[in-house]
Design a protein around this ligand. Sequence first.
Ligand code: ADP
Ligand code: MG
Ligand code: MG
Length: 250
Amino acid sequence: MLEIKDLHASVEDKEILKGLNLEVKAGEVHAIMGPNGAGKSTLASIVAGKEEYEVTEGSILLDGEDIEDLAAEERAHKGVFLSFQYPVEIPGVTVTNFMKTAINETRKAQGLEEMPAKDMLKKIREKSELLDIDRKFLSRSLNQGFSGGEKKRNEIFQMAMMEPKLAILDETDSGLDIDALRIVANGVNKLKSKDNAVIVITHYQRLLDYIVPDYVHVLYDGKIVKSGTKELALQLEEKGYDWIKEEINA
Ligand code: ADP
Ligand code: MG
Ligand code: MG
């Protein structure tokens, strides 16, 4: 589904990604871990198509198609979903209405009619039940006064509604408590299917107590320097990143 080959990317002429390779197949959950400043959020932004990053070498293929020239919006329409790290507050726009608009805009871009109100309501009901989200939450103003957990709930609800092919969740927020981690993890576990893939970026091994990733990668200094299974996350929790640094320099 996603194939990243020898990706080099810069921001303001500073090279951040330095030859990164990653392959993600449908049905897989990948965790990307790594120390602060390694380039994890940069990777997420680049796959999603944010414009401040310049790809200088390498390629990003989505279902075999080079997406380098596609704008963020076009990538979203192809099913790439990036969670919002710093969600905006929109007073007067409810969680539900925001979602309705987002879905209909996507459909429009795909040349489809608006989703009939009845279908929309059904979808909202199904997804909110699946994720244990109550009605009161759905009629609140977007992000206004949301707790950390509620922000996560909204993010997971958005993911459920958009039904992305590739979801990238960048969990950098150091304020995440266990409840919030659980909301994210339950959401990922419930939404994963054989047709989609999820990349979870985190420096908290704890998140992986609840999500069982198929692969764990360590992103260090702009490259994926080590890949493994959940065991690798446990090793990182125990030993930190220094041993990886030593391995690289050896
Ligand atoms: P991580 O998410 O792994 O902590 P980031 O991808 O956020 O790391 O950042 C990697 C490096 O790139 C850091 O040195 C950071 O300061 C720099 N960087 C990222 N985004 C920008 C930007 N928009 N402008 C300038 N520097 C940036
Ligand atoms: Mg980050
Ligand atoms: Mg290229």
